[in-house]
Design a protein around this ligand. Structure first.
Ligand SMILES: [Zn+2]
Length: 165
């Protein structure tokens, strides 16, 4: 009899970034005949747009995900793709579309954050005054104080200030 393994946590394959699906190049290759890999990112196969006996279609996937298709018999890219029910846009995956680089900057509502931080600072100040006056410090007070500190830290994070305690 096998005891249940307490460490059943397995790294999920779904954790892998935001990959949306199989590469379009494989989608295309699956629709071609006599596909043969000719390099790390290059293949050849029969051209679907003309009566191809030998593989005269070359396919290459570029670093940025774009797919290049070339028929040595002279078929146009459009007719090659149309023959397999694909579109020119299928050669350009989402990730190949150029977009702004750099971290996204969210608008920082400085006044709101300062107001909130000011209020939390008052909470902390009131707590320390009470403490110095020898007033009983309850669990609720303690929780509120921790909340105040975490809110101040959250505000600092929102402002892009790193905090080294
Ligand atoms: Zn062709």
């Amino acid at each position: 009899m096998k005891a249940p393994d307490p460490r059943e946590e397995k790294p999920s394959a779904r954790d892998k970034a935001s990959y949306t699906g199989p590469s379009n190049v494989h989608n295309l290759l699956a629709r071609l005949d006599k596909v043969k890999r000719t390099g790390p990112c290059t293949w050849q196969g029969c051209c679907p747009a003309h009566n191809d006996r030998g593989p005269s279609l070359s396919i290459a996937e570029k670093d940025d995900g774009r797919i290049l298709v070339h028929c040595f018999a002279g078929c146009g890219v459009h007719s090659v793709l149309a023959a397999v029910g694909m579109d020119i846009s299928d050669l350009f995956p989402e990730r190949a579309i150029p977009h702004r680089v750099g971290p996204e900057r969210r608008p920082f509502p400085a006044a709101d954050v300062l107001r909130a931080v000011g209020f939390e600072a008052m909470v902390v100040a009131a707590a320390s005054v009470a403490m110095l006056a020898g007033q009983p410090f309850t669990e609720v007070d303690r929780e509120r104080l921790i909340l105040a500190v975490s809110r101040i830290q959250a505000a600092m994070t929102a402002a892009g200030v790193t905090h080294h305690g």
